[in-house]
Design a binder for this molecule. Sequence first.
Ligand SMILES: [Mn+2]
Length: 293
Amino acid sequence: MENKMTNFLGIEKPYTEYNTARYAVLPVPFEHSTSYGSGTRQGPQAILKASAYVELYDEEFNREAYKKGIHTCVPPSLTDNVEEAFENMTRSVAGLLQDGKFPVVLGGEHSLSYPVFRAFNQHYENLSVLQFDAHSDLRFEYEDSIYSHASVMRRIYEINPNIAAVGIRSQCVEEARFIHAKNIPVFYAHRLHEEGFDDAIIGQLQENVYITFDVDYFDPSLIPATGTPEPGGFFWPETIRFLTRLFRKRNVVGFDVVELAPLNNMPHPDFTIARLVYKLITLHDLTSGERQK
Ligand SMILES: [Mn+2]
């Protein structure tokens, strides 16, 4: 087990100092219930490693967000007892929020979004969760576990029903009935090219938004490095366009990126996700400035 994690973007002091950093990257190499392919525990380290090759300057937004400071944290203690590991994750994120940081969580399997979100839910009012994912993850339980990656949005729904999902293209009938009964806004992948798709999603969200980003939302040709790849996913340009609109219209308060399971000799998925993480940070930096004006 490698103990020393690379700093996100490979940056150095003074931009990595905790006290002055606006952003805090929290690696959470948690893998417990992955059902098909495995390897999500290698996700955070792969993203950090690839991030050293991401340009610090963003050409699209003429921005150098790293200058606001990005601290890379030590992972929370991930004990074999799932509830205890979850407690440690919640406590780590709550500490970052109390210190006024914008938390950026790198997974790990999707189930970690529940303990991470608990901290946000205690910290913010008028809060929605926007899920980017191929799968609904709304099963009450899966393979005898209520803490399965396939149940994460159900656990989140139980503590905050303001959830919405985008990119969905795989679910079971139990989930379809639950979505219908609870009137949950779900924007299916096959509706991507409908007029007004972006604003219809954003219109369902409260002022504050937490993003949980399962990388299998992307098309498997772009991100094959994930446990349960699904055809018909989204690509880069439309995703960045939608995220830009979202950040301009809502106050994004933090995010996680989960389910990257790195593949040997295939760097592009790791690099793509590292770029996504920095693009999200850049969008927050850009739009939080616009909001203060
Ligand atoms: Mn998924």
